[in-house]
Design a protein around this ligand. Sequence first.
Ligand SMILES: Cc1cc2nc3c(=O)[nH]c(=O)nc-3n(C[C@H](O)[C@H](O)[C@H](O)COP(=O)(O)OP(=O)(O)OC[C@H]3O[C@@H](n4cnc5c(N)ncnc54)[C@H](O)[C@@H]3O)c2cc1C
Length: 153
Amino acid sequence: MKSRNITFMPAIEEIIAECRVCHLAMAGQSGEPYVLPFNFGYREGVFYFHSAPQGWKLEVLKENPRVCIALSTGYDLRWQHEDVACSYSMKYKSVLARGEVEFIEEYDEKVEGMNIIMKQYVEKDFSYNRPAIENVMVYKVKVKKFECRVYGY
Ligand SMILES: Cc1cc2nc3c(=O)[nH]c(=O)nc-3n(C[C@H](O)[C@H](O)[C@H](O)COP(=O)(O)OP(=O)(O)OC[C@H]3O[C@@H](n4cnc5c(N)ncnc54)[C@H](O)[C@@H]3O)c2cc1C
């Protein structure tokens, strides 16, 4: 079975909608790679993230905002012969997205970012109290390049 590259944006966005976690790859000035699992939101070519206002990742992202986001889902182990290791494989759907992190400062845009993140997980509208929004970091990545590959689908 061969893997298949997908370029049709609605199909890529369907895969993103299925994902629960992404991995955000970054590297500061030293070039040392740093990858973290993140919850996220996505709308119209833009990923949204939130975090505490301190932490190592923020130092790295401020030094170098270029990131690569990896998402995958649809894992399914399959095999042709139970006793032959080489006959095993795993179905998957995978998306890579590249862009630059922008920190969101404006209050209403932070609220919108939080709503987009929540919508990835629950079909519900939320309200937030002002200190909660003021104390959270919200950032976005406008995707410059998407790549998508599926195997077994
Ligand atoms: C499924 C999942 C979803 C998550 N979603 C979010 C999210 O939406 N927002 C968010 O801010 N964080 C999220 N996290 C936690 C995130 O991966 C980081 O651990 C966290 O943001 C702290 O990162 P930091 O660079 O600020 O680390 P710091 O607190 O500054 O810690 C520094 C050191 O701790 C180590 N470290 C940090 N994180 C991890 C880790 N995850 N695993 C192993 N070692 C680590 C590293 O060596 C790093 O150098 C999620 C984690 C998981 C597993």
